[in-house]
Design a binder for this molecule. Structure first.
Ligand code: URP
Ligand code: ZN
Ligand code: ZN
Length: 477
């Protein structure tokens, strides 16, 4: 008679706090024992030479979402969740995105239908609020927060999504009152629009001009403004997909004043650059996202900010639009002006290998910081801890077993999303997740997806803790 459903033996277990050699016992989808030596399991996994880490939590991904430009994501909840699982991620937090005029409750119901029967790993939803109407603010949003949708993203740019300062203040005040985390896309809309107009009038239409129009000073200004509005309301907020040193300087300023300003960055700002958007022909469109990758020297600056604790999370901002597809990057043809190229790039499956390779194997962050940045901090920020984001007795057995020495050259053919390109094609990483378990069940091993679509469960999120944590508000751990 087995003591456990699954036992993982001979591995090194790391959490955000500790690294220990021990075995992991799993029963009914939960971690039930951690010890030097455990009794038998019905299934035994040998993790010799491997790391046993909490499965990643990707808190910024767009799945089966219609963009504000009308383009449709290439991934649904099946392909998106399989791809995430094969990259060592066990929880995804995509968006239920409101378009103006829509009831937020109807939007949420619709996204549940999209996920139903498809996800292989667990998921929660952030809301996107583009229309803070009276009924949304007074009825729908407070009720949804109580139902476990405790985070929402707002935009300072995009014609169809942007909110003005007074709308932002009203949303911040509501988040403070009801208990929710606000995620802010910080770019100054008028600056972007004016620059775009000037560039197009001068005939500068190529993809690389997307990077010129999305000036880093416009990101800096909006970041500072969002911080100011949050300070006025005394609300912790999170600035998403921070791309450049200009914005980082504002984060450092705020964190130095002990404001609870959290921040996220993404692999594209660590590995890609403006030069990629300048590839021949329309190839540069593969790298068009907002904010855009900056000049090459900026990458090391973002790495240093990661090391220094400016960022709490590294997410993919997976926003997959196929390249050779009239519903994707070429929705307006293969010589469309940059303004008409759908914004976003894929990255669900390679987020963690890119961070592990450049971070841990690159000697920039230690293993515990990797766990914090890829899982634990996210679980804490978004009300999923300790069910998710750690390996502890009582936690869900969401685990990624990593071979820290395995070298992999990234190519679109090996990935499990529904894309026809990866912006990371040809990059060799060291460190790869070899087996991923979701609630104790193997959902990917040796690059082969397992697990029944539909087994993934919806996760209602607890309200974030508005109290100031002991110690620094900006530390990575
Ligand atoms: O370009 C991007 N990042 N597209 C996805 C939408 C967003 O703003 O995150
Ligand atoms: Zn955004
Ligand atoms: Zn995004």
């Amino acid at each position: 008679m087995a003591d456990f459903d699954v036992v993982i033996r001979n591995g090194t277990v790391a959490t955000a706090a500790d690294t220990v050699r021990c075995e992991v016992g799993i029963r009914d989808g939960k971690v039930t024992a951690l010890a030097e030596r455990l009794g038998p399991g019905s299934e035994e996994i040998d993790a010799s030479g491997h790391l046993v880490l909490p499965g990643g939590i990707d808190t910024h991904c767009h799945i089966d979402q219609r963009s504000s430009m009308g383009a449709t994501n290439a991934d649904d909840f099946r392909s998106g969740s399989i791809s995430a699982a094969c990259g060592g991620t066990t929880t995804i937090m995509p968006f239920a995105a409101q378009h103006r005029g829509q009831s937020l409750r109807t939007v949420v119901d619709d996204y549940h239908k999209r996920a139903e029967g498809k996800a292989v790993i667990d998921y929660a939803f952030h809301l996107i609020i583009s229309d803070p109407s009276e009924v949304v603010m007074k009825e729908e949003l407070p009720a949804l927060i109580r139902d476990g949708y405790t985070s929402f993203k707002i935009y300072m740019t995009y014609d169809a999504l942007k909110l003005d300062d007074s709308q932002m203040l009203a949303i911040f005040a509501l988040a403070r009152r009801e208990g929710a985390m606000v995620m802010v896309h910080a770019e100054n809309h008028d600056c972007l629009a004016w620059l775009t107009e000037q560039l197009l009038a001068a005939g500068h239409t190529a993809p690389k001009y997307h990077g010129v129009a999305h000036h880093s000073a416009a990101e800096r200004e909006a970041t500072h403004r969002a911080i100011t509005l949050a300070e006025i309301v005394d609300l912790p907020i999170l600035i998403v997909h921070v791309s450049g040193r200009e914005a980082v300087e504002q984060l450092r300023w705020a964190q130095g004043r002990d404001l609870r300003i959290y921040a996220e960055t993404c692999p594209q700002y660590l590995y890609l650059s403006a030069e990629d958007m300048d590839r021949p022909g329309f190839e540069g469109a593969k790298f068009v996202c907002s904010p855009p990758p900056r000049e090459r020297a900026n990458q090391e600056f973002i790495w240093r900010a990661l090391q220094g604790g400016v960022f709490k999370v590294v997410s993919s901002d997976h926003a997959p639009y196929r390249f050779d597809d009239p519903e994707g990057k070429k929705m307006h043809g293969d010589s469309a002006p940059f303004k008409k190229i759908p914004n976003g790039i894929p990255g669900l499956e390679v987020r963690l290998p890119l961070l592990f390779s450049g971070g841990v194997n690159g000697g920039r962050i230690d293993l515990n910081a990797f766990v914090a940045l890829s899982a634990t901090n996210a679980a804490k920020l978004y009300g999923l801890y300790p069910q998710k984001g750690t390996i502890a007795v009582g936690s869900d057995a969401d685990i990624a077993i990593w071979d820290p020495q395995r070298e992999v050259t990234i190519s679109v053919d090996m990935l499990h999303d529904n894309m026809d390109y990866t912006p990371y094609e040809g990059i060799t990483v060291k460190g790869w997740p070899v087996t991923t378990l979701s609630r104790g069940e193997v959902v990917c091993t040796a690059g082969e997806p397992r697990g029944q679509p539909g087994r993934g469960r919806f996760l209602p999120c607890a309200k974030p803790d508005m109290a100031r944590p002991a110690g620094s508000s900006s530390a990575a751990r």
